[in-house]
Ligand binder design. Structure first.
Ligand code: TRP
Length: 331
């Protein structure tokens, strides 16, 4: 069975866009692959060397991914810093990662622009750490967005270089796994871009939002004065709400409102009310699970320890072999 690895950044609460765009696919992949999902807390230090609440951020990611359906029995879900073998592989890979190639990475250049006062070596070698995350489990599939393609190419370069240098076929090539053949579009509620893209909480519906909050956000979503001609095309803001309805509501409901729109009979109040209620239903199991496990420290501890154990087992095996290949031997 092929191995999958993906790193999860802790960039805030999960919203519907994260869920339908990525996390739901992770959940489905669990059935078909050997999956490792980890919380990338080492990586967070490259831009935030002294995080306010590192543990709290990690915990939030863990809780929300479990609530979204990552099954700790099927997958290995773990915290990166619980598996220090990753940093050992990172060290070895760094010896054969060159300044020039690292400086040419677009994400490095972007980060230099964004944080000119903190251009540290960890930032430069971010792709090496990411390669270590993947190669440590000899993964071949990495479910990530388009923005990570270059990092995957670098991971292949580092793995292949290791193979060439030590005359071995040890590391397989990892490729970005694009699950979005039919792209699910999750727009925000502000009539503009993608959910979560613009500032402000009101644009996104979070998995942890209480029903009352979801209702309010959806009722405040941008609309217009309504269609005046039969079958007229929808302006962006309206199309966005229909796109959201397509994801959370039944096909019947969606068609019902489509029909009303094309006949110029739609009442946005009813439309948004339905959309809000369907969002509440779609998120209910996850919201309940978030509330149920957030304060269950013993449960979270058990899950984190179990994940660390499984990840460590896989990582330790790789590191033992890598040490032998390079030639480290203990007396
Ligand atoms: N760089 C990835 C991101 O920004 C996160 C990440 C770190 C990752 N290590 C990884 C993703 C390993 C996949 C595999 O989203």
């Amino acid at each position: 069975m092929e191995t999958v690895v993906s790193g999860i950044r802790s960039t805030g609460k999960l919203h519907l866009g994260n869920y339908y765009g990525a996390v739901k696919n992770f959940v489905q992949m669990q059935h078909d692959y050997k999956c490792f999902f980890f919380i990338a807390d080492y990586h967070s230090l490259t831009t935030h060397p002294t995080p306010q609440d590192l543990h709290g951020n990690v915990k939030q990611v863990l809780v929300e991914y479990l609530a979204a359906g990552i099954d700790p029995e099927k997958s290995t879900i773990y915290v990166q810093s619980d598996v220090p073998e990753i940093s050992e592989l990172y060290l070895y890979l760094n010896m054969n990662a060159y300044m020039g190639e690292l400086q040419r990475s677009t994400s490095f250049k972007d980060k230099v622009r964004a944080h000119p006062d903190n251009v540290n070596a960890g930032l430069l070698t971010y792709p090496v750490l990411m390669a270590a995350d993947i190669l440590i489990h000899k993964a071949t599939k990495v479910p990530v967005g388009k923005d990570q393609e270059q990092h995957l190419e670098m991971a292949r370069t580092f793995g292949n270089r290791f193979n060439t240098l030590y005359k071995t076929a040890y590391f397989p090539e990892p490729y970005a796994f694009n699950f979005t053949k039919k792209l699910v579009k999750i727009p925000g509620l502000d009539g503009k871009g993608k959910m979560g893209k613009s500032e402000g909480e009101a644009n996104a519906v979070y998995l942890s939002d209480e029903p009352e909050v979801i209702r309010k956000k959806v009722m405040r979503a941008v609309t217009d004065s309504g269609p005046t001609e039969e079958n007229q095309p929808k302006p962006d803001a309206i199309q966005n709400l229909f796109d959201l309805m397509k994801v959370v509501s039944s096909a019947d409901t969606y068609e019902h409102f489509e029909d009303l729109y094309s006949k110029c009979q739609i009442r946005y109040g009813d439309f948004k009310k339905q959309l809000g209620e369907d969002m509440i239903i779609a998120t209910a199991p996850m919201r309940e699970k978030i509330n149920e496990i957030s304060n269950n420290e013993p449960y979270l501890r058990k899950i984190a320890h179990y994940g660390a154990l499984k990840a460590h087992e896989s990582a330790a095996k790789t590191m033992k072999e890598i040490r032998e290949i390079i030639g480290f031997r203990s007396f």
